[in-house]
Design a protein around this ligand. Sequence first.
Ligand SMILES: Cc1cc2nc3c(=O)[nH]c(=O)nc-3n(C[C@H](O)[C@H](O)[C@H](O)COP(=O)(O)OP(=O)(O)OC[C@H]3O[C@@H](n4cnc5c(N)ncnc54)[C@H](O)[C@@H]3O)c2cc1C
Ligand code: FES
Ligand code: FES
Length: 480
Amino acid sequence: MRPEIRFFLNGRPCRLSGLPPHTTLLEWLRGQGLTAVKEGCAEGDCGACSVLIGTPRRARLDWRAVNACILMLPQVDGRAVVTAEGLARGDGSLHPAQRLLADTHGTQCGFCSPGFAIALAALARRPERDDETILDAIAGNLCRCTGYRPILEAARALPVIAPAVEEAEIAATLERDCAQPLDYRAGGGRFVAPRDLDAALAVLAEEPEAWVLAGGTDLGLRITKRHEEPRCVVSLARVGELAAVGREGRDTVIGAAVPYADALEAISALAPSVGALVRRIGAAQIRAVGTIGGNLANASPIGDTLPPLIALGASVELASREGRRTVAVEDFVTGYRKTVLRPGEVVVSVRIPAPGAATLVRAYKVARRIDQDIAAVSAAFALSVEDGRVTRARVAFGGIAERPLRTPEVEVALTGRLWSLETARAAGEAARRAVRPISDVRGSAGYRATVCGNLLERLWWDTAGPAGVAATLDALEGAP
Ligand SMILES: Cc1cc2nc3c(=O)[nH]c(=O)nc-3n(C[C@H](O)[C@H](O)[C@H](O)COP(=O)(O)OP(=O)(O)OC[C@H]3O[C@@H](n4cnc5c(N)ncnc54)[C@H](O)[C@@H]3O)c2cc1C
Ligand code: FES
Ligand code: FES
């Protein structure tokens, strides 16, 4: 076991000890005088604290923008960190992202600008560049005074930047120096990052109160907002078995510690509509570290992945020192932030069966804006339609009860019926009656129930195709 945190900061090797493990990366960087990294919200929402994190992969560094405010310092162990100060070239000239932000007048008060420079620097590594990828890259960064037009102009003019030669050296050094798992202790706290599942389960058995950490996009807020100081944190981010995405027969198996950004391709291949929904979870900085395992175990009533996983009939594999078991996702969450997880047990992976060719899959998230927002209501549908008739239906909603739920009443209203607008409307009525939402800032109970019903009709318009739509228009024409 290795007792010190090792990483690269702006191209230089760093070894740290003696700081409490719940120290955030933001706190530490600013303490080092790297004050381009700002604190705006301290909850992952504004991007002012964005830094680049480079993870060694295939002898290279894979760079992503992340929020330093909700990242615990030991989470950067084995990685390279670059702040806006480190973007500038060795000769002092600005990085193209910085130069372009200045040239297009994409900065006024400047508070957000280092964060935008980081987001654009991450974008500059991607060969494909269209408005969708640009908006996706900057959706997690908030500017209150410049206006986004000049920032977009800077992004559109950004050249593609190839990896520098020294990145391969840094990647190799990190792989070599951080091969031993981290067991960091300081200030009465401990942060362990085992490399294999048995070792992780052994620490959890020894430290029953430990926080189980994947990306920390939920847990980080307990530090910054609730000022909690965990005595022990067990990070699963480096556990090999939890970090893989693969196919087993017709099933896609996603390791519980795989960040959304790495799971997106497999999810989109399985069900494009679910991929589109995952693309709306937080923003790029959140998806760079946040995981499906964390979303499930967090058991929030508006966790975005739960309704589609329930509709697709997915299951989770759980492991503890007592052994392994498999639980259907619909049975995994038992109440408000409650799951079937036992002490010392973790989620290993999520298994998603491929929907059949005749199955229509759609996932919807209704929120006040597209990016970086929490759903008022979410819904997912998997409908098998043969010869125009629904032969099987799985329907799940989020934001309508203390946990995401499957709604058998809606499934009954669909099964065996012609997949018509009439059926969709009848199922919508069943949905309105079945759900028991609460009223809060995101929507009243009445609004939520109405949306649930309307989503059934939207499903029909989205899936029935031109023939279905034409038939409906004909029917409407003939209507009195
Ligand atoms: C700015 C911001 C925007 C967000 N937007 C969205 C959004 O649009 N939609 C949405 O659904 N969520 C959103 N979230 C919430 C969060 O990003 C997700 O829930 C994410 O999936 C959590 O994953 P994580 O790996 O970061 O979890 P962590 O914070 O590491 O852990 C979350 C919980 O799960 C437990 N846990 C993690 N992994 C395991 C495991 N393998 N086994 C057992 N327990 C485990 C932890 O102990 C903790 O209780 C947002 C969060 C922020 C800060
Ligand atoms: S300070 Fe706002 S995202 Fe970190
Ligand atoms: S320039 Fe002031 S917040 Fe963006």
